[in-house]
Design a protein around this ligand. Structure first.
Ligand SMILES: [Zn+2]
Ligand SMILES: [Zn+2]
Length: 348
């Protein structure tokens, strides 16, 4: 039976409205989830600002948690039950392309071509009071973990993917550039990996938070030459890994210059607009430096992030700015694009 739902839709530049929709019926393997928390990620902010041009109206929201409201046909009633608290993986991957079939679901060639379900709007689709997902995209939430924390499984999973790319070893020196939510997630994860973590960040409050969460060294790149300082801290070698979580073009050559021999530079942030830089092939040859990037989490990364939160290995509370009621979505979006704001979460 289709049910009536509400969605927070972006309907214009910096404009949202709450619209009434009607869901399609649940098909085999699907579950209806009552959404309790959905966080506003960079993608939602870009849709709101119209930097990312999705057809309007559209429904953002891919950082979601809630409780199961109904099981569709074929869902294992021994595993899933109405009322069960779940983190929801909203990321679409087709399951059929080369990258999906080889386990790299984050690189799905159809990731941005999610089919629009009858009655729903284009977009990731989490900013609704109810969502329909496959049971394979549900993840348990441990007792004592809030819906707000569980909604942040996806951004943590993105950083799990990034840190995995770096293949870190005990006592490696890692530089994290940028102390926003993604930079802070990198700091926490790299500490758990037994590394020495250096954070480059201009905002003193963010540096202080990073120190509290385990960063060994923090510095202001406007006060110290970042490349010279990192070299000084590593006996001239350079870092074993540099994660650039900023979208500031001038930072990229610095990030590359901070890496020591056989080290890695991971371009974590997307770049809009793109800003190509020169790279020295002789430097690559003689140093064996690896330049790479990280985009979205795989299904495995999501599962890992879910366990990191449930087992209380990583605490997401420090990166939550605040919560907003569903009806105050416009205010939540406006706050989310204020520089320096950590995650804004919409609750029911
Ligand atoms: Zn996200
Ligand atoms: Zn695919």
């Amino acid at each position: 039976m289709p049910i009536k739902i509400r969605t927070i839709a972006v309907t214009g530049e910096k404009k949202t409205e709450i619209l009434d929709l009607e869901t399609p019926d649940l098909v085999y393997g699907e579950v209806l989830v009552k959404v309790h928390a959905v966080a506003l990620c960079t993608l939602e902010q870009r849709i709101f600002r119209r930097d990312v041009k999705m057809p309007l109206p559209c429904t953002g929201g891919h950082e979601v948690s809630g409780e199961i409201a109904a099981l569709g046909p074929g869902v294992d009633a021994g595993r899933w039950a109405v009322g069960q608290r779940v983190a929801v993986r909203m990321l679409y991957n087709c399951g059929e392309c080369y990258y999906c079939r080889t386990g790299r679901t984050n690189l799905c060639t159809k990731a941005l071509k999610k089919p629009v379900r009858e009655g729903l709007l284009p977009g990731p689709g989490g900013l609704c009071d109810y969502v329909i997902v496959k049971s394979q995209d549900l993840f348990d939430i441990a007792d004592g973990i809030s819906y707000e924390e569980a909604a942040l499984t996806e951004p943590l999973a993105c950083c799990v993917h990034s840190v995995r790319k770096a293949d870190l070893q005990f006592a490696d020196t890692v530089v994290v550039i940028g102390g926003g939510i993604m930079g802070i997630n990198h700091v926490m994860l790299c500490k758990k990996r037994g590394c020495r973590v250096i954070l480059s960040e201009v905002d003193p409050a963010r540096r202080e938070l990073a120190s509290r969460l385990g960063a060994d060294v923090t510095f202001n790149p406007l006060e110290k030459d970042p490349v010279a300082y990192v070299r000084e801290l590593t006996d001239g070698r350079g870092a074993d890994c540099v994660f650039n979580t900023t979208a500031i073009p001038s930072v990229v050559p610095q990030a590359i210059a901070m890496v020591g021999k056989t080290g890695k530079m991971v371009q974590y942030s997307s770049m809009h607009p793109d800003a190509p830089v020169e790279v020295s092939p002789q430097m690559l040859h003689s140093s064996e430096v690896v330049l790479t990037g990280s985009v979205s989490p795989t299904a495995l990364d999501f599962d890992t992030a879910n366990r990191l939160i449930n087992y209380r290995i990583i605490d997401m509370k420090p990166v939550i700015f605040g919560t907003f009621e569903f009806k105050d979505a416009q205010a939540a979006f406006e706050q989310s694009i204020v520089p320096g704001t950590f995650r804004c979460i919409i609750t029911d």
